[in-house]
Design a protein around this ligand. Sequence first.
Ligand SMILES: NC(=O)c1ccc[n+]([C@@H]2O[C@H](COP(=O)([O-])OP(=O)(O)OC[C@H]3O[C@@H](n4cnc5c(N)ncnc54)[C@H](O)[C@@H]3O)[C@@H](O)[C@H]2O)c1
Length: 401
Amino acid sequence: MSSETLTDTSAAPVPAAELTGFPRLDGDRPARVVVVGAGGMGSWWAREIVESEVAELVGVADLVEGAPERVIAQSGAADPGAVAVGTDGVDLALAVEADLLVDPTVPVAHHPVTVKALHAGIPVLGEKPVTETLPEAISLLAHAELTGVPFMVSQSRRFFRQVRQLRSFVAAHGPTVMTSAFFSLFTEMEGYRRTQRHPLLRDMGIHAFDTARYILDADPVAVTAVGARPEWSVYHHDATVSATFEMSDGSLFAYHGTWNARGLPTWWNSEWRIGAQHGSATWDGTGVPVLGTADEEETARLQAAVEAETAPEPDQIAASLVECVSALREGRTPMCEIHENLLSFAMVEAAVAAVDGGGRVEIDELLEQARLEAITAEADEDAREIMRSWSSVREALATGA
Ligand SMILES: NC(=O)c1ccc[n+]([C@@H]2O[C@H](COP(=O)([O-])OP(=O)(O)OC[C@H]3O[C@@H](n4cnc5c(N)ncnc54)[C@H](O)[C@@H]3O)[C@@H](O)[C@H]2O)c1
């Protein structure tokens, strides 16, 4: 699949008729993948791509000299010298005729890298959070519509068997009334998170928020939140936050997260309790979920069914990669495509606004404010027109999805 055949950027400003209208990737060969961002996560992506049956690593780019070579050296690639290196991920992807750009750069780079890739006709599988700011995320929504090129956000923690099991349980026993996710893991991470504003919400909250939307099959309406920064925290901003979301199914979703407490760590997935009209479930974030209903026999049957599911399956970024490549092959919209993903990030930014300003923050108000900011900041006239044409961001998400 050459980059030229994927999109015709001169066709703007009419939004692409459908996001699934792009040429398919041949199913009989692995997708050629370039990784941009050769840091911690880029190293993991490179290893997964090399190991994967659906993809091959053809290039790695980073602004830092020597970083791509280090990532390639630890990737397990059979012939490291055959993997191209560069500083600009999109230029490199075009040069090596890649089918897909995987983008684990720092969040501030997600917007410029993705815009350039989409306009070059290269599908993007980007790391969470989708962008650094909500206006940037809304801008990417417009660029995805403008180009018709697929843009999926990798929400790796959605891809666990247990998350899928909890979603099925809720579908059969809902509606939910109260869900909680408790995350507590002492970390003193180096790098951009030290000075980032609200690093816990932006780095970890996003995982639980996206998982909650998927399990509940509900979207956020409003949030109240408070943050704390104990004097021993190495982070410049709050890495301890408590947030309560009102969800579209009328339920409450409470998130409590901290990087500041030592001892008794939860798993990275958080600990969950889900309370619904016809049953409840708990999950420690790693084992088999524990299910409960008012009927003992039904409970035993359901529990036995989830415990019987033991066949190995890809999870986390390996599963995310399979989903993305499968969608490219089948010519369909991938799960976690930007239209589906944006509300998970809006939950983060709404919680941030609630911590900063106090009080209850309505998601739709925040989205509309962000849309106006995105229109003002947008450099591309066609993308600006698309954002102006939406009656609301919520409506654009529903139509695009
Ligand atoms: N899914 C997960 O479980 C998970 C875990 C960790 C990090 N992440 C996400 O992965 C992303 C990267 O995190 P990290 O911990 O690897 O960060 P990092 O700082 O270790 O690596 C980021 C790399 O991107 C490079 N970079 C920045 N701008 C660039 C640009 N324009 N072009 C090319 N390279 C550029 C930097 O030089 C750096 O090497 C973040 O979005 C983070 O949220 C996801």
